[in-house]
Design a protein around this ligand. Structure first.
Ligand code: GLU
Length: 421
């Protein structure tokens, strides 16, 4: 779907604001406070010069939006994509504030992005973009200020460059300046799998509610990047029946189940999942409308809209991506009885283990993978139940319940701190 088509419904920031307004009204939030919390604290725009491999000089536009520091330092990913806009980063930064509050970790929200096509850049060019971007926002980041992490098209290597650039400016190594780093540079065991694992942990809780069994739960995953590929792998290992997977190049289906370890190997060798043996081809958008029990969109935003929400056949929607569903689609899904585990809950496993990584870096004491996963599970299960019980009590859907819970926690801190004059 093109950017123009996506923005026709509601932009990412508008989607966030629409849900926020419903939740804030239901909470009876003071109007002034409500306006304050809908708006980010700070928006940084940088224009970064980068020497390209062919000897030319190019300027890239980048953003870092810091939405709130009410509960602690800002936290959030940095994405690289030609589709990055300030509106998108602004919406996702606010969502990070709500996400951190839903899982009750001591951070506010931020998001960053650089407009570039990482698939058309060399490793050297990506490194220079990353270092200059970090240098430009240096004054505003750091373990106590704002801690970047991976997001769309960025990874452990990108975080190693951010941490190194920050450390070079500080004149000493500051591992807690970024999370999602390689393990040997202060990364955490389990961080790479954390978002996908968290999705599965919340799905498991929903299954308990429905009295469903993993073995008979047919799953479709849209997206085979970090979140989708890890979710598919872990869910396959746990016994779920993965019948469809899609990435940008297209999807593959087999109603008898897909060999996920085989698909991982195939993707590694062919850079695509297209043409994987023993599967039928299907479009990346069409896959959302196929018959299944659990749909896990883990690719990008605004893929479920008013145009296709009525065609979604899944009874359980687990939002691995940020903002995959638009507010008009929310209403359609709700009316049709689809149980939605909203993004700010379902995919919060990533930022939760980022928090663990930040804690470990600051203590210089590293946990075993079993400790990480056990503590992650405790947080995901507690948060799932808090959201669903809140929704049942206040007769609102899970998304509005998650927003209400989060906004209430942030507003409580602001009221305690007071407004500095
Ligand atoms: N980019 C991830 C997200 O959207 C992780 C953020 C983090 O770990 O700080 O939640």
């Amino acid at each position: 779907m093109s950017v123009e088509e996506k923005t026709k419904e509601l932009s990412v920031y508008e989607s966030m604001a629409a849900r926020y307004d419903v939740a804030a009204r239901k909470l009876g939030l003071d109007e002034g406070l409500s306006n304050y919390l809908r708006t980010p604290n700070r928006e940084i725009i940088v224009h970064i010069p980068v020497s390209m491999d062919d000897g030319t000089l190019r300027v890239f536009d980048g953003y870092r939006v810091q939405h709130s520091i009410a509960r602690g330092p800002c936290k959030g990913g940095v994405r690289y994509s030609p589709d990055v806009t300030l509106d998108e980063i602004r919406g996702l930064a606010a969502e990070m504030t709500w996400k951190c509050a839903v899982v009750n970790i001591p951070f506010g929200g931020a998001k960053g992005g650089v407009i570039c096509d990482p698939f058309k850049l060399s490793t050297g060019e990506l490194e220079r973009i990353t270092r200059r971007y970090t240098a430009e926002i240096f004054d505003y980041i750091g373990p106590e200020r704002d801690v970047p992490a991976p997001d769309m098209n960025t990874n452990e290597q990108t975080m190693a460059w951010i941490m190194d650039t920050y450390s070079m400016h500080m004149r000493h190594t500051v591992t807690a300046s970024a999370t999602g780093k390689p393990y040997s540079l202060g990364g955490s065991l389990g961080r790479r799998e954390a978002t996908g694992r968290g999705c599965m942990m919340t799905a498991d809780e929903a299954l308990k509610r429905f009295r469903w069994h993993r073995e008979s739960t047919r799953v479709i995953v849209q997206g085979f990047g970090n979140v989708g590929s890890q979710a598919a792998r872990l869910m396959h290992e746990a016994g779920y029946k993965i019948i469809g997977v899609a990435d940008i190049s297209g999807g593959v289906m087999n109603t008898n189940g897909i060999d996920i370890p085989g698909l991982w190997k195939y993707k590694e060798a062919n850079k695509t999942i297209k043409g994987f043996p023993n599967t039928e081809p299907i479009g990346a958008q069409e896959i959302l409308e196929q018959d299944c029990d659990l749909l896990l969109p883990a690719a990008t935003e605004s893929v479920i809209t008013s145009k296709n929400a009525h065609k979604v056949k899944a009874k359980l929607l687990v939002e691995g991506a940020n903002s995959p569903t638009t507010p008009p689609a929310d209403d359609i899904l709700f009316d049709r009885g689809v149980f939605v585990i909203p993004d700010i809950l379902a995919n919060a496993g990533g930022v939760t283990v980022s928090y663990f990584e930040w804690v470990q870096d600051r203590q210089g004491y590293f946990w075993t993978e079993a400790m990480v996963n056990e503590r992650l599970k405790h947080i995901m299960v507690t948060s799932f139940n808090a959201v669903v019980n809140f929704g049942d009590k206040h007769k609102v859907n899970n998304r509005i319940a998650a927003y209400m819970l989060a906004i209430d926690r942030v507003a409580f801190c602001i009221n305690l701190r007071g407004i500095y004059a």
